[in-house]
Write a protein that binds this ligand. Sequence first.
Ligand code: GLA
Length: 762
Amino acid sequence: MPCLPWYGQIDGILQANLDIMRAFFLYCLFLCPLGLFCQVDFNKGWKMKPGDDPVYAKAACIDQDWAAVSPLQNWEMQGLPQYDGYVWYRLHFYLPRNLLSSSYLKDSVRFLLGPIDDVDACYLNGVKIGQNGHFPDEGKDAYRTAWDVPRRYVLPVNHLALHWDAENVLALRVYDGGGPGGMFDNVERSAGAVDVLDFVKMTVQHRALQKTEKNGFNYATQFENQYQKPIAGSLTVQVFAFKGQKKPLKTLQFPVNIPAKGKQEILAHLESVGRNWVYFEFKEQLSGKTTHQWQETPYVLTPKAGDRPEIHNPAVYGARPGVPFLYKIAASGKAPVSYASKGFPPGVKINAATGVISGTLQQRGMFNITLFATNSAGSDSKTILLVVGDNICLTPPMGWNSWNCWGLQVSDEKVRAAADALLSSGLADYGWNYINIDDGWEAPGRNAQTGAIETNEKFPNMPALSDYLHKKGFKMGIYSSPGPKTCGNFLGSYQHEAQDAQTWADWGVDYLKYDWCSYSGIAPEKPDLEAYKHPYAVMRAALNATNRDIVYSMCQYGMGDVWHWGEEVGGNLWRTTGDITDTWESMSGIGFSQDSLHSFARPGHWNDPDMLVVGHLGWSEQLHPSRLTPSEQYTHISLWAMLSAPLLIGCDLTKIDDFTFNLLANDEVLAIDQDHDGRQAEKKQQGPDYEIWVKALSDGSQAIAIFNRSEQDRDITTDWAALGLANYKTVRDVWQQKDIGKFGKTWHGAVYGHGVRLLRVY
Ligand code: GLA
């Protein structure tokens, strides 16, 4: 419906204006003169309307009947389920001139809006003041997402669009190309005066020290000055045992002098003292304003692996007869390790130096295979069940995918580097073995003669790449869409399904992620179940017609309750939600929402809550350390293991640090994910801010995850009987890999804020 003129709903407007005036009055009276909160909060008061009409940009547009929307949650969760396309957001706010009083510079105003998924144009009182990304209607192939760019629009104080000491209207034209839409990160959104501090970017990163240096690690605080004059001030670093503790354990102070348009780095050395919180505060000299950050120290729980070999392959493996077979013995221990095996049916041979077993098995059946690993410190053996039949992917796939780090900038070189790093870091010894290329490998057009899909210049030779990976024991994954275009606007497989499946098989592909994306333009506007299933069934048939075992990863964000029929169309895994990102809201929102799906996970068929967001991520060449705190990262890995989720590392493996390695190389945690029986955990208990999930394991023991969803550390008591575990007594702390005692009836322990205790009871 187009907007009505102003006089349409005068009462509502008067009321809204009164509310705004009241808030402004309080603000002027108390807060701003004190130098506090001299900005307008934009985290509430928004309204939205799906559709697209230029009149929505105008200040005079009546939006009283628009739906209220929180910028802290995507629009799918607020009345627009699975909606992709255009939505307008509007916000009325009062802009007090004394906003400028607290600023040293007093020359411009900034609007902070946080990331917007995917494209936005921002209008103030009808005047366009900025845009991020490109809308599809800007021209052929124009669409470009800018979903992870924090929006910041700046205007000089005398800009005509600014209505000082009056009501203003901010209108956002937003387009979402797929997955969650709109604003949803829990970040600052406000209007405020630009000040000297706005020109300073402060980032804090921990850096593990080399083993040869002192114990502990350095925190590197990097300052970047975008101002044309030097900026000075001081940095205070304080260590606390927990957030909220009054007296710091340690305080360090450093002078800061950042050259004009330059950088400065300050290293603060901290001894390794387990888990603490570190507070970093920069005070800018001219304005006296401060900015701060908290960092939880990256505490390592996983014990270091010994020199003796230990085999970590899951207890079961499925393969089909008559197609190329590839399997690697995954064993930690001091190099060089030599490998052997016993019990394989004819058709395969082992490379004793790499542990790679390859060939073609002809005989169907179940075989007990013994794997051996030997080095100078000793040897290990493990018997696993090899099932040669129709089913593959009997435990959730584990490996690496390019998306969460490189986004569309993935290349052959980066894929090889990831594989090399999986090997050199030792992670491959724990069973991480898929190397999956996500979107961005495709050439713009098909081969003019044959119609075959081709690679772009970043991937000069796909068969050579798969050969490189296979020789090292890795499997190679690829990505496409049933639509004409992928989500990243690259070429999709529409109407070339069988041909593409054969091309990939010829290249040596072992895994396909098939992403709905532009298929929404092919499917009926309101697809019924058959319409959802159709493109996935077509591609599964095409994959089956090739001579390879190809794991089939369905990516359509849970539409049509895919968990009910994903197995029927041959999916080995299916995404259950929109895209994950490295925030607590995103990760915990996805992870904790999986409870109702537990009955759909089983060997060969897995719910997929999306890829891991630990390590250095970026969805582009600009990488940053995961924004999850260390405790949140323990929660992430523990929860995904409890969910029997596919584990696909999404970070730059060449930058792996001790903490991230500790998260990904804990064999007892991984064994919960890779358990032979493939059951997904169930939520058994829930309090106001905690959840207890339980997963039955194949040896009769139970894994229990006690999650603290609040920010504060807290003690949690569990009642074994209430959890249905009355017969279990011995409790093992899985991250620390040690038994922590016998608990007959209850277990009581501390759980860090946003953290977890992962236990196994026998
Ligand atoms: C979608 C998927 C992501 C990724 C991108 C690639 O957003 O959900 O995982 O594959 O497409 O464009």
